[in-house]
Design a protein around this ligand. Structure first.
Ligand SMILES: *Cc1c(COP(=O)(O)O)cnc(C)c1O
Ligand SMILES: *[C@@H]1O[C@H](CO)[C@@H](O)[C@H](O)[C@H]1NC(C)=O
Length: 524
């Protein structure tokens, strides 16, 4: 067949197509394809929304948006929302009367310190009463507290951004990272011997960085441009932050009946865009696996040495590519210190940002912050060096014993049940008999600050050295609170139980999110 033949058959096709189309109006020929395209586009966006949110919430969102279009409904919903926000706010607004809104004309000079002492008096008594929050033992004026304060103040004006000036802090930082890595398997052969990392401002920054680094590493290694990440519903909210900041599709999958991550459920969500996910699976699929040891990093390695049965969790597990560990929790360092670790330098490189096209110097920065507080790094180094292995072992023995005591005590309260199997130092409990949030309100009225959880409704205490001497007080108050609620069920004045209860039941999660944002926005 030569070109002439091709041309003549093309020509024949043109003539017959034209005569066929001449039956239609030209206007129809122009508009039908446009409408079809438009229709396809709408169907595609609907599929996209359903895929992103799941069928149930997509339908719900559609219904809610339609309902709000009815005149008056939106105003009604907004005013109801405002009522809840006001209630959450409590008397917060009036408390702000008298707050400074401008600089004092004449400075207060050293007198400012006395003013601050007055303010500090107004904080609630947290000693021994808060779940988590303060991890160091004893009182703020002595012992480990004052040692940390001295270390911090000695280096308060340093900044590791200037590595040529503050050699001391640069060394402290590197040592904190290496010593932490050694607790998490870096010296074991299975780790590959390449573990590296950096210090950050806290667990959230460590997780944000690990996610961003994994995303960029997977982009280079596997060409993934629409990244996805799978986490159990129980994973920390920092992953949502990372997903929102870094445009990653997040799958929150249910946990198993034992409240551990459900490997099967996770496997179902792995696809060619998955960047982060559990050991075996991760290495089979060649994707990243982050282990969030923010809380456990300075407990689990010691608990294992003390003989507690702890499942494998660190770099000795094949497939783990990054770990976050907070030194400012059980590491007993000052607030604002955490470590993010990577399996090797190849991965960590994707954490750094180099800038060559501004008018400043050639710039390369390892973490989110530019200038960073050298004082805190010095504080973290002081904490680790002053305690040493023996110090951490002794602390872990105390908090593990306190946790086991609390777990046992809670099991003896017939109205309560323990959630999951506490391996570490968090004891969570719920009830089928009383409203657990009402129990929480009574506990709050006794000065306790516990954490409310949902799915299932429950509360937890994160046991620290502050609790070692008060476990019996805690159990007594808890058992009394359960009795009070059982005898007198119903909300108490100023209690948050009705709000938690209602927020948990509201099917429109976007509305609960709005509510939280309005609450935060209205507080200043
Ligand atoms: C505390 C914590 C975080 C977040 O850490 P921040 O220091 O509050 O930013 C993340 N994951 C877990 C498990 C934590 O305990
Ligand atoms: C992070 O690691 C890089 C490379 O080792 C190092 O230059 C930098 O000082 C580290 N920064 C921190 C915050 O540890």
């Amino acid at each position: 067949m030569d070109f002439d033949e091709i041309f003549s058959s093309l020509n024949q096709f043109r003539v017959s197509a034209n005569s066929f189309l001449s039956r239609f109006e030209p206007v129809a020929l122009v508009f039908i394809p446009i409408f079809t395209l438009l229709f396809a586009r709408i169907v595609q966006s609907i599929f996209h929304v359903v895929f992103q949110k799941g069928l149930k919430s997509a339908i719900l969102e559609f219904i809610m948006t339609s309902v709000k279009l009815v005149p008056g409904v939106k105003n009604y919903i907004d005013s109801e929302k405002q009522k809840v926000v006001d209630k959450l706010q409590g008397s917060g607004k009036s408390k702000r009367d008298g707050w400074s809104t401008e600089l004092p004309m004449a400075g207060l000079g050293v007198e400012v310190i006395n003013k601050m002492k007055d303010e500090k008096q107004k904080d609630v008594a947290w000693q021994g009463k808060c779940s988590g929050t303060v991890y160091i033992a004893g009182n703020e004026q002595e012992g480990h507290f004052s040692l940390i304060n001295e270390a911090c103040s000695m280096f308060a004006h340093t900044n590791p951004l200037h590595l040529d000036v503050f050699q001391s802090v640069v060394r402290f930082e590197a040592e904190v990272v290496t010593m932490t890595a050694a607790l998490l398997g870096s010296k074991e052969k299975a780790s590959g011997g390449q573990i590296c990392g950096n210090m950050t401002s806290g667990g959230t920054e460590s997780i944000l960085l690990a996610v961003k680094t994994s995303r960029d590493y997977m982009k280079v290694k596997k060409g993934i441009t629409s990244p996805e990440m799978i986490i159990p519903v129980s994973a920390h909210s920092a992953y949502d932050k990372a997903a929102q900041y870094f445009k990653i599709k997040l799958w929150r999958v249910p946990v198993g009946p034992d409240f551990r991550a459900d490997v099967k459920a996770i496997k179902r969500h792995i696809n060619r865009n998955t960047i982060l996910e559990l050991g075996e699976l991760a290495s089979t699929y060649g994707i990243c696996l982050h282990v969030d040891l923010c809380l456990g990093g300075f407990v689990l390695p010691f608990a294992r040495k003390l003989g507690y049965p702890i499942p494998p969790f660190d770099f000795s597990v094949r497939g783990v590519t990054s770990i976050s560990v907070d030194v400012h929790k059980y590491g007993l360092a000052p607030k604002g210190t955490s470590v993010v670790l990577y399996r090797d330098h190849d991965i960590r490189k994707h954490q750094f940002v180099a800038v060559t096209e501004w008018t400043g110097e050639l710039y390369v920065s390892p973490t989110i912050a530019g200038s960073r507080p050298g004082g805190l790094i010095a504080g973290a180094w002081a904490a680790m060096m002053s305690l040493g292995l023996e110090g951490y072992l002794e602390n872990t023995r105390k908090i593990m014993e306190a946790s086991k005591r609390i777990e046992k005590g809670v099991r003896q309260i017939p109205e309560l049940f323990i959630i999951g199997r506490p391996d570490m130092t968090i004891v969570a409990f719920g009830s089928d008999v009383v409203d657990i949030f009402e129990v929480n309100d009574i506990m709050s009225s006794k000065g306790w600050h516990l954490n409310a959880l949902q799915r299932p409704n429950s509360i937890h205490i994160c046991v620290t050295l502050q609790h070692v001497t008060v476990t019996e007080d805690f159990l007594k108050d808890l058992s009394d609170s359960v009795k009070t609620v059982k005898a007198n069920p119903g909300p108490i004045n100023g209690g948050l139980a009705p709000i938690y209860g209602a927020a948990g039941k509201m099917p429109d999660r976007a509305m609960v999110q709005d509510l939280l944002v309005d609450f935060m926005d209205s507080s200043c």
